[in-house]
Design a protein around this ligand. Structure first.
Ligand code: P6P
Length: 364
């Protein structure tokens, strides 16, 4: 190579750097909506929505990266939210970021969030935008003050009817009504994972470009994985079937427990490596802690589109019909074999189904 000739950049590396989230979503949207061209309104709309979500992710990632250095980022506001949980300052900041990025967007008429009792309406958008964003702005916010991973979870639905009374009753439908879902994981790198119903795709934020760059397409959850993820601190509050399952995990080789206290991080591990995440109901809270419309249903949508599965323990999670906006459900999600094993303890109790690939150790 002479001094005047540019260094040959491998084609693949250049192409990969050019596969940004916005380019990828437009191609996916064409397929999802059987759109004749990139210019079809639906493809353009969903692409613009995803780009606004990416902007929200960048703004939240930036604030998290400086959390320990800025006043007013860490700690609690002193309020409690509709869930009865203490609100972190970061919860409110992130919630407001999502609202701000969709104002003047003309795309989203309603936003339903873990942090807001009722949906937030953007009136100027409502005559135009037929989309509703359902989101958990910061999932796992107890991790913020200790610099561990947190995430944002989102789900997009199309509004049905005019919702003139502001009851948003059309949102009380099962998870198969979602047209898109995903999450942003704020960890050592900021990761954006989404699906429009044709595969699950992962992007990593390149801060030097300010772009989310494609890292993996059409991700597949392995049929079985070594990880089981649940909070054993609640052991004595569970139904006996979950205690039996946990004892089974303790007695058999090939399993390892991982639990971060943030659903998005624990799910992301399972998306990449396989295994199962469980948040069961307890005697005190039979429906468990996690919320359907903006936590368990979006992740169940991703799990199913990555050849995994998700259930309440007794029915496919995407079939569950909520009765209220902040409906909770138990969650069993991840590798098909591992979810089925949990279900076998819940549904048949003693009828243990050993996964094909699990290795058993002589019982102690
Ligand atoms: P526990 C965070 O508050 C959250 O909603 C999920 O992100 C997480 O998986 C779960 O609750 C942790 O709850 O009861 O184990 O502390």
């Amino acid at each position: 190579m002479t001094a005047s000739e540019p260094a040959a950049v491998p084609e693949a590396a250049l192409d990969r750097d050019c596969t940004t989230l916005s380019r990828h979503v437009l191609q996916q949207a064409m397929k999802a909506f059987n759109a004749p061209s990139l210019l079809s309104p639906e493809a353009q709309d969903i692409s613009a929505i995803m780009n606004r979500l990416a902007l929200a992710g960048k703004l939240i990632a930036r604030r998290l990266s400086r959390a320990g250095l800025m006043a007013g980022v860490l700690g609690f506001t002193g309020d409690t939210n509709v869930q009865g949980e203490s609100v972190k300052k970061m919860d409110i900041y992130a919630n407001d970021v999502f609202i701000s990025v969709f104002k003047q967007s003309g795309l989203v008429c309603r936003l339903a969030s873990e942090e807001m009792e009722k949906p937030y309406y953007i009136p100027e958008n409502c005559p135009i935008g037929r989309y509703t964003l359902l989101y958990d702005p910061i999932d796992g916010s107890s991790n913020v003050d200790i610099n561990l991973n947190v995430g944002s979870i989102f789900s997009i639905r199309q509004q049905e009817g005019n919702d003139l009374d502001g009851s948003a009753r059309d949102l009380l439908q099962n998870g198969r009504k979602q047209i898109a879902a995903g999450y942003i994981l704020y960890g050592p790198s900021t990761v954006f994972v989404y699906s429009l119903g044709d595969g699950v795709h992962m992007f990593i934020l390149d801060p030097s470009l300010g772009e989310f760059i494609l890292a993996a397409e059409s991700m597949q959850i392995p049929a079985h994985g070594p990880v089981y993820s649940l909070n054993e601190g609640n052991f004595w509050q569970w139904d006996e079937s979950l205690r039996d399952y946990t004892r089974y995990m303790h007695r058999h080789e090939g399993y390892t427990a991982r639990y971060s206290g943030a659903l998005v991080g624990d799910f992301h591990r399972i998306l990449l490596q396989g295994g199962v995440f469980i948040y069961p109901g307890t005697a005190k809270n039979p429906d468990g802690k996690l919320r359907l419309l903006y936590e368990t249903a979006p992740l169940a949508y991703l799990a199913e589109h990555a050849n995994g599965c998700a259930s309440t323990g007794t029915q496919p999670l995407l079939d569950f019909v909520p009765t209220e906006l902040h409906q909770r459900t138990p969650l069993v999600i991840g590798s098909v074999e591992d979810v089925k094993l949990v279900e076998s303890f819940i549904q048949d109790r003693g009828q243990r189904q050993k996964p094909a690939s699990a290795v058993t150790q002589s019982s102690k």
